[in-house]
Write a protein that binds this ligand. Structure first.
Ligand code: ZN
Length: 412
C-alpha cells in the first residue's frame, strides 16, 4: 500500500517562445555557458566528483580565469548542470552501459531564480549577462501561459534558455488532496487502462485506449533492426541513426501518454474521484524475450508517473495497491482461479466480466480493505454491465498542449 500524499515541492516547466530572436549578447552567453558545462564535466570526471559543491571547490578559480566576465551565478549554475550530467553518467556506468564521455552539444543555459527577473504582468525577462550588461527577453504570452503567470500560488524556479525558446519552472507546495466523492479504479494494460467508476450505488465500466503506443514501439523496433543491418559496415552511422529513431519514438509515445493521463485527470477532477492504480514496481511480464520487449513495462510505468505527478499538482488523491492475484480473483465470492483466462473472467459462482475490468474491481477492493478511498466501496449488484464509459481513444487526439521540458540536455 502506498499513499501518494507528500508535502513536497512540485515543479511544472512551461515553454515560452520569444517575440524576437535572442539578442547577440545572450547568444554569446549560451555559448560560454555550454563551454563552462563541458569544462566542468571534464574536471569532474578527472577528480571523480559529481556534486555541485565539490565541482565549485575544485574548478571555480580556473573557471573564473577562463570566463572572467560571466555573471558568477551563471557560472555556479553551469556547475549544477554539469553535476546532473555527471550523476547520470555514473548511473549509466553502474548499470554496465559502456559510456562515452558526456558532452553537451546543444546551446543552452540555466539560470536559477535569483539570477533573472520575470515581470509576470508584461512577460519580460531581465537577464543579467555580466556586470553592467542586461538583456530583455520578451515572451509570447498566450492564455495557457496566463494561467501560470497570474497564479500567485506559484513561485518562479529556474529559467532554461534555448536558442529559440525558454522554459520557466513554476513551483508550489503539493496541495492537500480533496476528500473523494467517487472512485476511479484502473487496471493498466499494454493497450489500455480498464477500470470501474463508482458513484453512489452505481458502478460503470470505463476505458481509455491507446493501441498505437504498442504499434509505435513495434514499428520503431523493426526500423531500428533494419538500420542496423543496412549500416552494418558503419557502426557509427548506424548508432547515430538508431539514437535519432529512439528519440523520435520516445517523443511520440510520451505525447500520447500525456494525453491519456490528462483525460483521466480531467475526469477525476470533475467528479471528485480518488484514483486507484496498481503498484507496478517489480512487475515483469512473464513472457518470451520477443514478447517481453513488445510488452515492455516502461510506457505503463511512465503513464503512472505522469498521472501521479499531475494528480499531486491538482490535489487529486491517488492510491496504489499491490496487484497480486488481481487478475485471478473473483470479486464476489473471493475464489482465486488457477490459470490465466481469455478475454473474459468467469467464476463458478456465476460472476463473469471482462478480464481487465475485473482486475480493476479487485484493485478497488484491496484499496477499500486497506481503508483507502474513504467509505466508498464496490457492490457487485450495482455493476451496470451494459454501460461502458470511454475516457480516451486515439480518435480523440486532442489539441496539443505545450509540454517540453524533456530532452533539454542532449548528451552524447
Ligand atoms: Zn465467484
Amino acid at each position: 500500500m502506498q499513499v501518494i500524499v507528500k508535502n513536497e515541492m512540485l515543479f511544472k516547466g512551461v515553454v515560452f517562445y520569444l517575440e524576437s530572436d535572442l539578442p547577440s549578447e545572450a547568444k554569446f552567453l549560451l555559448e560560454d555557458f555550454r563551454l563552462a558545462v563541458n569544462n566542468a564535466v571534464r574536471a569532474g570526471l578527472q577528480a571523480r566528483v559529481t556534486s555541485r559543491n565539490a565541482l565549485v571547490k575544485i574548478a571555480y578559480k580556473d573557471f573564473r580565469r577562463e570566463h572572467p566576465r560571466m555573471y558568477s551565478q551563471h557560472l555556479v549554475s553551469a556547475f549544477e548542470v554539469a553535476g546532473g550530467i555527471l550523476k547520470n553518467y555514473r548511473k549509466r556506468i553502474r548499470k554496465g552501459v559502456t559510456g562515452r564521455i558526456p558532452f553537451v552539444k546543444r546551446l543552452m543555459m540555466k539560470a536559477e531564480n535569483q539570477a533573472y527577473k520575470l515581470d509576470r504582468k508584461s512577460g519580460v525577462i531581465d537577464l543579467p549577462i555580466r556586470a553592467g550588461c542586461h538583456v530583455d527577453l520578451r515572451l509570447i504570452v498566450s492564455q495557457y501561459h496566463r494561467k501560470y503567470l497570474d497564479d500567485m500560488a506559484l513561485s518562479l524556479g529556474s529559467l532554461t534558455i534555448l536558442p529559440n525558446r525558454v522554459i520557466v519552472a513554476f513551483r508550489k507546495n503539493a496541495p492537500k488532496p480533496f476528500v473523494p466523492e467517487t472512485v476511479l479504479s484502473l487496471d493498466t494494460n499494454e493497450r489500455s487502462l480498464d477500470g470501474v467508476f463508482i458513484e453512489g450505488d452505481v458502478a460503470k465500466a470505463i476505458k481509455a485506449e491507446f493501441p498505437d503506443i504498442a504499434i509505435i514501439q513495434q514499428r520503431h523496433h523493426d526500423r531500428r533492426k533494419r538500420l542496423q543491418k543496412e549500416k552494418a559496415h558503419d557502426r557509427r552511422t548506424s548508432r547515430n541513426l538508431c539514437r535519432r529513431e529512439g528519440a523520435r519514438e520516445h517523443h511520440r509515445i510520451d505525447y500520447r501518454l500525456h494525453q491519456v493521463a490528462n483525460s483521466v485527470l480531467r475526469f477525476a477532477e470533475e467528479r471528485k474521484s480518488a484514483i486507484v492504480l496498481e503498484n507496478l514496481k517489480g512487475m515483469r511480464p512473464r513472457m518470451s524475450k520477443e514478447l517481453n520487449r513488445r510488452l515492455s513495462m516502461w510506457p505503463r510505468r511512465k503513464l503512472h508517473q505522469i498521472i501521479e505527478y499531475k494528480a499531486q499538482w491538482r490535489g487529486i488523491p491517488v492510491f496504489k495497491v499491490d496487484p497480486r492475484n488481481s487478475s485471478r480473483t473473483c470479486p464476489t465470492c473471493g475464489r482465486i482461479q488457477d490459470s490465466r483466462m481469455g478475454a473474459e473472467f468467469a467464476c463458478e459462482c456465476g460472476w463473469h466480466l471482462d478480464r481487465h475490468i475485473n482486475a480493476s474491481i479487485n484493485l478497488l477492493q484491496t484499496a477499500v480493505s486497506k481503508g483507502m478511498a474513504g467509505g466508498l466501496r464496490f457492490n457487485p449488484g450495482a455493476f451496470q454491465h451494459d454501460v461502458m464509459m470511454i475516457l480516451y481513444e486515439p480518435a480523440m487526439a486532442a489539441r496539443s498542449e505545450p509540454n517540453g521540458t524533456s530532452s533539454i540536455f542532449e548528451v552524447t
